[in-house]
Design a protein around this ligand. Structure first.
Ligand code: AMP
Ligand code: TRP
Length: 340
C-alpha cells in the first residue's frame, strides 16, 4: 500500500534467463533491505526482455521464475508491490511520450546499447535503442525517489534524471514545474559488479554461454562447490592489501563476493586470509554461498509447486500498480495536452 511519508523505490529485473549471484548481490538483496522503511515497487520487466527476441514459451516461464526469486529471496508481498510490467499498459504509454522528450544524442551515448548491438547496429531492434526511455517511464510513472540497481545501470539512471528534468522544463508553464521527482540510484559499492568466475574482466551474466561462469539460484550445493573450486585465480598467494587486488581481477572478484555475503569490509577479509591458500578460502566461500543460497533454493522448489499462490500475488501487484499509475498517467496526459 502507498504510504505518503515513505520514499518510493522502484526497480526491475528482466525475465531473460536464470538469475545469478550478480543479480542477487547487485540488486535483489538490496530490494529486500529497502522494503522495511520504503514504499517499494519491484517489477518483472518483460517489455524490456523483448527488445531482443525471446522464445515466447521460455519468456512466460522466466517471468514466473523471476517472481519466485523475488519472493524466495525475501521480498514480502505485504510490504512491497510485485508485478509484471506488460500487465500495466501505462509503462508503454509513458515511454512513448518520453521518446518524444529524449534527444537522440543522449541515446547515442548509451554504452549498454553499443555493447549489445556490437557491430550489428543497423540490424538490432529499434526497441533496443529506445530501451532507456522505457526504463525511465517505469521509474517516473510512479514518481519514484530511489532506484536500487547494479553498477551497469548507472548510465541509464543518469539519463532518466536528464529526461525528468527536461520534461519538467519543457512543460514548466503547463504544470510540469518540479513535476517528476529526480530519482537517485542506490548502488552497493562492494557488490555493484559481480564478475564472471572464468574471466574477472567480464561481468557475471545470464548470457554467458558457460554456466560455470556464474552461480545460479537453482545450483545444488555440490555444483556451487564445483564452480567455486574451478573458479579462476592466479598463482600468487592472497594479498594483504586492497591495492594489490587491482591487477588481479579474478581474486578481487572472489574476495568482494565473500565480503558482500559476509557483510565484511574487503580489508577485513584480506586480513583474515592473506598469505593463506586459495583452497582454504574457496572452501569458506562455498560454505558462505551455500548458507545464503540453500534457503532460497528450498523456497523456490516450494513455490514451483504452488503456482496459484504466485499468480495471486502478481494479480494483486498489477491491481495496485494500475491504481497508482493510472492516476499519475492522467496528470501526465493533462500536462502534455493529450486527449480532450
Ligand atoms: P537484468 O537481469 O540485466 O535485468 O539485471 C537485473 C539487476 O541485476 C540490475 O539491477 C543489474 O544492474 C543487476 N546485475 C546484473 N548483472 C550483475 C552483475 N554481474 N553484478 C552486479 N549486478 C548485476
Ligand atoms: N534495465 C534494467 C536492467 O537491465 C532493468 C530495468 C528496467 C530497471 N526498468 C527498470 C531497473 C527500472 C531499475 C528501474 O537491469
Amino acid at each position: 500500500m502507498q504510504d505518503k511519508k515513505k520514499k518510493i523505490v522502484f526497480s526491475g529485473v528482466q525475465p531473460t534467463g536464470a538469475l545469478h549471484l550478480g543479480n542477487y548481490l547487485g540488486a535483489i538483496k538490496n530490494f529486500v533491505d529497502l522494503q522495511e522503511d520504503h514504499d517499494c515497487l519491484y517489477c518483472i520487466v518483460d517489455l524490456h526482455a523483448v527488445t531482443v527476441w525471446q522464445n515466447p514459451n521460455d519468456l512466460k516461464s522466466n517471468i514466473l521464475d523471476v517472481a519466485s526469486i523475488y519472493l524466495a529471496s525475501g521480498i514480502d508481498p505485504k510490504k512491497s508491490t510485485i508485478f509484471v510490467q506488460s500487465t500495466v499498459p501505462y509503462h508503454s504509454e509513458l515511454s512513448w511520450i518520453l521518446n518524444c522528450v529524449t534527444r537522440i544524442g543522449w541515446l547515442n551515448r548509451m554504452t549498454q546499447f553499443k555493447e549489445k548491438a556490437g557491430k550489428n547496429r543497423e540490424n538490432v531492434s529499434s526497441g533496443l535503442y529506445t530501451y532507456p526511455n522505457l526504463m525511465a517511464a517505469d521509474i517516473l510513472l510512479y514518481f519514484s525517489d530511489l532506484v536500487p540497481v547494479g553498477d551497469d545501470q548507472k548510465q541509464h539512471l543518469e539519463l532518466t534524471r536528464d529526461i525528468a528534468q527536461k520534461f519538467n522544463n519543457d512543460y514548466s508553464d503547463f504544470g510540469g514545474k518540479d513535476f517528476f521527482p529526480i530519482p537517485n540510484p542506490i548502488i552497493m559499492d562492494e557488490s555493484s559488479r559481480v564478475m564472471s568466475l572464468r574471466d574477472g574482466t567480464k561481468k557475471m551474466s545470464k548470457s554467458d554461454p558457460s554456466a560455470m561462469s556464474r552461480i545460479e539460484f537453482k545450483d545444488s550445493n555440490d555444483l556451487i562447490v564445483k564452480k567455486i573450486s574451478k573458479a579462476k585465480t592466479d598463482p600468487l598467494p592472497i594479498p594483504n592489501n586492497v591495492n594489490d587486488l587491482e591487477t588481479r581481477p579474478e581474486v578481487h572478484n572472489l574476495i568482494s563476493i565473500f565480503s558482500s555475503l559476509a557483510g565484511l569490509k574487503i580489508t577485513t577479509v584480506l586480513n583474515d586470509y592473506s598469505g593463506k591458500q586459495f583452497s582454504e578460502f574457496k572452501k569458506d566461500l562455498s560454505d558462505l554461498l551455500i548458507e545464503n543460497i540453500e534457503p532460497i533454493r528450498d523456497e523456490l522448489i516450494r513455490l514451483d509447486n504452488d503456482h496459484s499462490f504466485l499468480l495471486d500475488i502478481l494479480e494483486k501487484g498489477t491491481n495496485e500498480a494500475m491504481k497508482r499509475s493510472s492516476l499519475n498517467m492522467k496528470k501526465i496526459r493533462d500536462i502534455v495536452g493529450l486527449g480532450y
